[in-house]
Design a protein around this ligand. Sequence first.
Ligand code: TMP
Length: 211
Amino acid sequence: MPKGKFIALEGVDGSGISTQVGLLKKWFLGRGERVFATKEPTDGPIGALIRQALTRRVVRPDGSPLDDTTLALLFAADRVDHLRCQIVPKLEHGVHVISDRYYLSSFAYQSLGDDLEWIKIINSRARRPDLFILLVVPPITSQERMSRDRWQVDLYEELPKMEVILRNYLAVARRLKEEGENVRIIDGARPLEEVQGEIRTLVEGVLKVLD
Ligand code: TMP
C-alpha cells in the first residue's frame, strides 16, 4: 500500500493556516483520498499543558510564566508524541496527513528565546514532512484578522514580536530549502480561494512523487 503524504502548513498567528487546512482537507476528500487533518500544539496531554502555559493558566509557583527553554522542550515533546500516536500510523496506512503547524513553528517562535541550533537538535527526531508551506501575511494584516475572529490573545500575538517571527520564518525556510527540505513560501494575503489554489497545485506536485 502506498504511504500517505505528510504536509505541514505554517505561518505567523492570523495568517489563515487553519482555514487553509480545512479547505485542503475538503479537496482531498473530494478526490476520494483518505486524509487526516491535525494541529500542533496537539489536543494530547502535552499539547494541553502548552496551551495552558501560553494562556498563563499554568505558571510557576511564583506566578511567572514558564520560561522559553521549558516551552521549547514541551513543543518538541508534543511533536514526538504526535508523530508516534497519530501521524506515523496514519501515513503507514496510506492516509495523507495535513498538520496545522510543525517544527518550522518551533524554529521561528522558539528561536526568539533560545538558540536556533539547539531548537533544531531537540526537534531532530521529528521526521521531515513531504512538504512545508509557509503562508506569508504582513503581521498588521494578521493582527486585523485576529482581532476580528478572536477574543483571546496569547503570549506571542503582539505586533513587533510577530514581525520578528515572520523574519525568523523566512530565514529558516530559506535555510531548510538549501538543506534540501521541500519548503514553499507563498503569499497568504491574497483572497482565500487564490491561496488555496496555489496550495493545491503544490500538493498535487507532491502526490505525483512515488516513494
Ligand atoms: P495556534 O494559535 O496555532 O493554536 O498555536 C498556538 C501558539 O503556539 C501560536 O502562537 C504558535 C505557537 N507555537 C510555538 O511557539 N511553537 C510551536 O512549535 C508551535 C507548534 C506553536
